[in-house]
Design a protein around this ligand. Structure first.
Ligand code: PGA
Length: 256
């Protein structure tokens, strides 16, 4: 099964020189191995999107790495101060966009309604939304929470729209920058992946439900990446902190 590794650089690195260093390490590694049918998506912060895009257009990295953005404006309205539109992303060669990341949901107050509209806007621009979902706490109600978050996040979208999304299961408590963080374990990730798939396939009556792609994110490192990447039911991983550590990121790439 084709695997995805999505690098979410968040607000890193501090300079273009460092960004180039990471991409250089990725390029050197990829040139040393035969091409496989996997997808590597790099989502730099907006300030580096254009430069990364140029690099992909002009070097051998282009055929092996796809460009992703970390967010998209809600609508195409030209009057949205500070936002970046889907059309702008498309012009830069962006193919994927992270939508509904928990840092935006919980720290910036992004609601399910906003996430839902962003998914639609991304699809209108032929960008693949990487839709993040996940419970804040692993308590007795987390399964119900997940189902209701999925319902609100994807509500009103068609089966065709939903099946074009990649879903990233990212339990908030597992993200490396949170206090007392710990990665989820593969068994419990699988349980959540099944909840997600059952809910989506059931509600949208997806005919080809097996093709629904769910990734895991939350403290993925070179040490545990293979535990997740080796799961057949998981389509890949979304990597934050470890994706801006070039040695560690290359170690993760070696596992697909
Ligand atoms: P992390 O971040 O790998 O640093 O936990 C993942 C994410 O927030 O997407």
């Amino acid at each position: 099964m084709k695997k995805y590794i999505v690098a979410n650089w968040k607000m890193h690195p501090d300079s273009w020189a460092e960004a180039e260093g990471i991409l250089d390490a990725v390029s050197q590694y990829l040139e040393s191995v035969p091409e496989k049918d996997n997808s590597l998506v790099v989502c730099p912060p907006f300030v580096f999107l254009e430069e990364v895009g140029k690099l992909l257009n002009t070097t051998s990295l282009g055929g092996r790495v796809e460009l992703g953005a970390q967010d998209i404006a809600l609508t195409e309205s030209t009057a949205l101060t500070g936002e970046i539109s889907g059309a702008m992303l498309q012009k830069l060669g962006v193919r994927h966009v992270i939508v509904g990341h928990s840092e935006r949901r919980w720290k910036l107050g992004e609601s399910d309604i906003v996430v839902n509209q962003k998914i639609e806007t991304a699809l209108e621009h032929e960008l693949t939304p990487i839709v993040c979902v996940g419970e804040k706490e692993r308590d007795d109600h987390y399964k119900e929470f997940l189902a209701s978050q999925l319902d609100a996040t994807f509500g009103g979208l068609s089966a065709d729209q939903v099946s074009k999304c990649l879903i990233a299961y990212e339990p908030v408590w597992a993200i490396s920058t949170n206090p007392n963080t710990r990665p989820d374990n593969p068994e419990s990730t699988l349980e959540s992946v099944r909840i997600i798939k059952d809910f989506i396939i059931g509600k949208w009556k997806l005919e080809n439900g097996n093709s629904l792609k769910v990734l895991y994110g939350g403290s993925v490192t070179s040490k545990n990446a293979n535990d997740f990447l080796s799961l057949d039911e998981l389509a890949g991983v979304l990597v934050g902190g470890a994706s801006v550590d070039k040695e560690q990121f290359v170690e993760i790439l070696k596992q697909i």
